[in-house]
Design a protein around this ligand. Structure first.
Ligand code: BGC
Length: 419
């Protein structure tokens, strides 16, 4: 049976500045990528050169049938040194926003997607309470310049990811620095700061990062709302997986949920929406994560192929917060494009079930428009609806891109053709 999505349901794709723009040289991740021993498979380099090619990407997205584009503005470009605001960088993002508007795409702006300016990371980073104020100041400045063109705003992207990594890799509350200490020492030396001042996202104590980021989100929300000349919804996005308790793992599962989402979902009750970002499920036993279940396919990212996870997280986030849900990311890293279509179809069936039960789900953003820089994994995993030739930057739309674009254009999900 075909499924019709409600009138006004928003269909989009998502990217992040550092993963697609290229040459984000004033950022903390650029430093880490170029320092041996930090765990990066390769540096981001030119990425997809979206800094120059955004007109082509925006036009392509619209031509495929989508109605929205979620992208991030890069703090490291806008404020490469403390207090030194680049009007040229702000103007660049105005042009990106204007291109979206010209193509009738709703622009969804994320103010921080993992990366920060190097000066921030080298001055206490996300474990220092001053970063919350510095971030809010950046949000205020960027919104004054760009706010009239923004359609929806996400303050932070997945501020709970460090805690998720810490739990899933059993790092005992530490972030990735627990695995890459020598590289971090060298990076601090290159910055000329004491090791304990260098605290980049993902590579810092998970609980301290979370606590600073909860405050950062709340200050950013107020800053954006105060600076905007017209109103648009503001919220935070969270990394959520379907957390399943196995063989007496209920207490562990509930404790982990509290640590991963508790403070952010509490804060989201005062937001206009919560952004749900889901890729898989996690099984929790009494002593911790159980890893993939035998017989379930495991993806290149190391987790299970589990498209049904999205339905569970949407229900959970809606139940905990009572605010509208945007699916700001869902997707699959795979070289098998038929598997991608299968994954998205099954995830969307779950979203449709939520809608049928009266849950206020407003959008679905596929991660990602392009094959791009997958952080420590480099360019290995392929999440894109569009392939990118890294030598020529040529874009080639995959069958999944045409298929999802058609779903977006029609608002109708047709059943899978018989195998
Ligand atoms: C992040 C993206 C990332 C994607 C796929 C999300 O956690 O927001 O930056 O590329 O997952 O792993």
């Amino acid at each position: 049976m075909s499924i019709r999505f409600p009138e006004g349901f928003v269909w989009g794709t998502a990217t992040a500045a550092h993963q697609v723009e290229g040459n984000n040289v004033a950022s903390d991740f650029w430093l880490l990528e170029h320092t041996p021993g930090t765990g990066f498979k390769e540096p981001s380099g030119d990425a997809c050169d979206q800094w120059h090619r955004y007109p082509e990407d925006v036009a392509l997205l619209a031509a495929l049938g989508f109605g929205a584009y979620r992208f991030s503005i890069e703090w490291a470009r806008i404020e490469p040194e403390e207090g030194a605001v680049s009007l040229a960088a702000l103007e660049h993002y105005r042009r990106v926003l204007a291109a979206c508007r010209e193509h009738e795409l709703l622009p969804v702006v994320t103010y921080q997607h993992f990366t920060a300016p190097r000066w921030v990371a080298c001055d206490g980073g996300w474990t220092d309470p001053r970063t919350a104020d510095r971030f809010a100041r950046f949000c205020e400045r960027a919104t004054r310049h760009l706010g009239d063109l923004i359609g929806l705003a996400c303050t932070l992207n997945e501020p709970n990811t460090p805690m998720l990594i810490s739990h899933s890799l059993r790092l005992g509350g530490r972030g990735l620095e627990a695995l890459h200490e020598r590289g971090l020492q060298e990076a601090a030396r290159r910055c000329g700061v004491a090791r304990d001042r260098l605290q980049p996202f993902l590579f810092a104590d998970a609980a301290r990062t979370r606590d600073v980021m909860v405050v950062a989100h709340e200050r950013a929300r107020e800053a954006i709302k105060g600076a905007a000349r017209h109103t648009f919804p503001v919220g935070v996005t969270l990394a959520m997986q379907d957390d399943q308790a196995v063989a007496g793992g209920e207490a562990m599962r509930d404790r982990v949920r509290q640590e991963l989402y508790g403070a952010f979902l509490e804060s989201a009750k005062r937001d206009d929406f919560v952004g749900v970002q889901t890729y898989t499920r996690m099984r929790w036993g009494p002593a911790g994560p159980l890893g993939p279940e035998p017989g379930v396919p495991v993806l290149v990212m190391g987790y299970e192929f589990w498209p049904e996870a999205l339905e569970a997280t949407v229900r959970y986030a809606a139940g905990e917060t009572g605010v509208p849900i945007h699916v700001t990311e869902n997707g699959i890293g795979t070289a098998d494009d038929a598997q991608r279509i299968d994954y998205v179809r099954r995830a969307l069936v779950g979203v449709a079930r939520c809608l049928a039960d009266g849950i206020d789900v407003r959008s679905y953003f596929y991660w990602s428009l392009l094959d791009n820089f997958e952080w420590l994994f480099g360019y290995g995993p392929r999440f894109g609806l569009v392939e990118v030739d890294r030598a020529t930057q040529l874009r080639t739309v995959k069958p999944s891109g045409r298929w999802l674009g058609q779903v977006a254009r029609s608002g109708v999900l047709e059943p899978a053709p018989p195998a």
